[in-house]
Write a protein that binds this ligand. Structure first.
Ligand code: ZN
Length: 150
């Protein structure tokens, strides 16, 4: 176990024990649910967009394993206040990192923490746990955009 692995594990445990943006939003632009039957992870994602397409608020209620909860917490911090386009790019980069064997994904300083989840790739069965919040967010963005277009 290297020093980097220890730091990554601490980051993940910190987010698991103190999930950021935990809760719900009353007047959300989209409310979507995600399930990972392989592990039993369940989460509800609440998303609020401004008319100009900024992520004004995001909240998560997760009943899942440590990886799932930590990943959702880190994701919420990464995308809060960003434009939808930027959030979509972050999702894409994150998925590339998790799904590519020899990925070279590098996040800029403010998003560096996300790289802590790279270690999860050593446990292929847990990759879905890490990806669930991100796939749910993609669906949430889609749902919110369709509602706005009406
Ligand atoms: Zn899980």
């Amino acid at each position: 176990m290297s020093l980097a692995d220890d730091l990554y594990r601490e980051t993940i445990l910190d987010h698991y024990h103190n999930p950021r943006n935990n809760g719900s939003i009353d007047n959300a632009s989209a409310t979507v649910e995600g399930v990972n039957p392989l592990c039993g992870d369940e989460l509800t994602l609440y998303l609020k967009l401004t008319p100009s397409g900024l992520i004004e608020d995001v909240k998560l209620t997760a009943h899942g394993c440590s990886i799932n909860t930590a990943s959702g917490s880190m994701m919420s911090e990464a995308i809060l206040g960003q434009s939808v386009e930027r959030a979509q790019k972050i999702i894409e980069d994150f998925k590339t990192m998790m799904l590519t064997k020899e990925d070279e994904t590098v996040f800029e300083d403010e998003l560096e923490e996300l790289e802590a989840l790279r270690g999860v790739k050593k446990y292929p069965v847990r990759i879905k746990c890490a990806l669930l919040p991100w796939n749910t967010l993609l669906e949430g963005i889609e749902t919110a955009r369709q509602a706005q277009a009406k």
